[in-house]
Design a protein around this ligand. Structure first.
Ligand code: NAD
Length: 489
């Protein structure tokens, strides 16, 4: 629900019907600088008429954009890539300002987004179909991939640049037009992404930007001119969008929440494993769908890793993302921090041992800070082992064997990522084959696939068939048409 809170800040603009516009909506929500708690912006929650007009204009733009040669469409993306590269530092600062993550993390996420644009620049090759000559006397058969029409993308707060770029470069490269609905917590970075597209010379309304929350998402899904829906968000949002869009016959890819497991075997290299676990569990204050939030320690691995882990995590510098040497920034909102803190109490109440309390290691400013927290002796049934906390809280579950670890991963309703730390080739092979998750890391804490591969969550971390980016992205944003052709002399 959106509430009008702040009247002295001008709400951000949206892009619809070929121009930047001020919304006439009364409903709006505030945007915070999470490192100070200050209000830095205000997002209008667009009226139904504004959403409708934006989609209609995107549909109109599609009629000509679909006829633009893939080579020319790629040239816009080459220009866009250059602009993103030129402005990468400003964009990263914008992310840090409204999201809070460290500048280093923000820069890394911009780079990951740029890589999808680079992948989409290869669209003439990626779109090529297949041909089979002489399937019958004088008859040839071939396939082409055609764009769908207006596609929409609904994105979360935690990757304000990278996640929109998982979607829009490929959507428009394939010849679709695209309407982005970013998280209302990070609207300014999304606005910058769209501004740069038009600096690159993109024809009007090929990409549009609308603001709001669930009501605006529902209006987009229900719009008869919208053909495909991509969402990245919590499992609750992803599953509801999936059901609503599928019921209306739309193509949909819905990426949901996560509870990722990291398995450490007793032979794992202590220094490297601890470094990877720290980056995975506490990077971006644990607000990543690829965060490792449960460490399953096999045999005596916990005793070997824990002293170093607690020392490293306890010494992490937690501060505003722009500070020199900072390793962890704030959480996105006061509510999210409260929620993560409540899980520390829940874990202790359920019998876990608090090996490191991040509430003692956070700056006492107005920002939404929580330090790295480690709960040891967590049991599989506990809520801290099951629920997505989406904060810097690591749970350690101790088990006897790799098979026990694989069984725990299989029991999890989520299936984004699973990671193993070991030097044993046989265990690695077993893990890669058996772990019940879609993205696997071997001695790598955050196994995010590079742009040419799809982002392949499983179970309740993904609803749909074709994943984001990679060749799946091209298939998602196109329909294949098969031509059987008899041409006689
Ligand atoms: P969120 O679900 O609150 O919001 C995501 C987007 O969906 C926003 O644009 C929001 O306005 C919209 N939305 C929210 N509820 C909705 C509803 N009921 N109906 C329609 N639209 C709705 O998520 P968030 O807090 O912004 O982001 C964090 C979540 O996203 C975490 O659960 C995280 O794991 C997940 N995430 C997943 C991936 C992935 O690749 N699987 C990547 C990044 C984040």
């Amino acid at each position: 629900m959106s509430i009008a809170v702040t009247s002295h800040i001008t709400p951000c603009r949206f892009y619809g019907e070929g121009a930047w516009r001020a919304s006439s909506a009364e409903a709006a929500s505030d945007v915070f600088d999470p490192s100070t708690g200050e209000i830095i912006g205000r997002v209008p929650h667009l009226t139904a008429a504004e959403v409708d007009a934006t989609v209609r204009a995107a549909h109109e733009a599609f009629r000509s954009w679909r006829n633009v040669s893939p080579f020319v469409r790629a040239r816009y993306l080459f220009k866009y890539r250059e602009l993103l590269d030129r402005h990468r530092d400003d964009i990263a600062r914008g992310i840090t300002r409204e999201h809070g993550k460290t500048l280093e993390d923000a820069r890394g996420s911009v780079q990951r987004g740029i890589e999808v644009v680079e992948f989409a620049c290869g669209i003439p090759t990626l779109l090529m179909g297949e041909t089979l000559e002489q399937v019958s006397g004088g008859v040839d058969c071939y396939s082409v991939r055609q764009p769908l029409g207006v596609c929409v993308g609904i994105t979360p707060f935690n990757f304000p640049v990278m996640v929109p770029l998982w979607m829009l470069p490929l959507a428009i490269a394939c010849g679709n037009t695209f309407v982005l609905k970013p998280s209302d917590k990070v609207p300014h970075t999304a606005q910058r992404l769209v501004e740069l597209l038009y600096e690159a010379g993109l024809p009007p309304s090929v990409v549009s930007l609308v603001h709001g929350g669930p009501a605006q998402v529902e209006a987009l899904i229900d719009h008869p001119l919208v053909r495909a829906v991509s969402i990245v968000g919590s499992t609750a949002a992803a599953s509801s969008v999936y059901a609503r869009a599928a019921a209306r016959g739309k193509r949909v890819q819905a990426l949901g929440g996560a509870k990722n497991h990291m398995v450490a075997l007793p032979d794992a290299d202590v220094e490297r494993t601890v470094d990877s676990i720290i980056g995975s569990a506490f990077g971006s204050a644990g607000q990543r769908c690829m965060a490792g939030s449960v460490l399953i320690a096999v045999g005596d691995a916990a005793d070997r890793l824990l002293p170093r882990l607690v020392a490293r995590a306890g010494a992490m510098r937690v501060d505003a993302g722009t500070c020199e040497g900072v390793e962890m920034g704030p959480m996105i909102t006061a509510d999210q921090r409260r929620r993560a803190e409540s899980y520390i109490d829940i874990g202790v109440g359920e019998g876990a041992v608090l090996a490191l309390d991040g509430r003692r290691n956070a700056p006492r400013s107005g920002g939404f800070f929580l330090g790295a927290t480690i709960l040891d002796h967590v049991k599989p049934g506990m809520r801290v082992a099951r629920d997505e906390i989406f904060g810097p809280v690591l749970s350690i579950v101790r088990v006897d064997t790799l098979d026990d670890a694989l069984a725990l991963i299989a029991q999890s309703p989520m299936g984004n990522a699973a990671v193993i730390f070991t030097r044993d080739a046989g265990s690695i092979r077993t893990f890669v084959r058996e772990a019940d998750a879609g993205m696997i890391g071997v001695n790598v804490g955050v196994p995010v696939p590079v742009a040419v591969f799809p982002f392949s969550g499983w179970k309740q971390s993904f609803f749909g068939d074709l994943h984001a980016h990679g060749k799946d992205g091209v298939r998602f944003y196109t329909a294949s048409k098969i031509v059987t052709s008899r041409v006689s002399r």
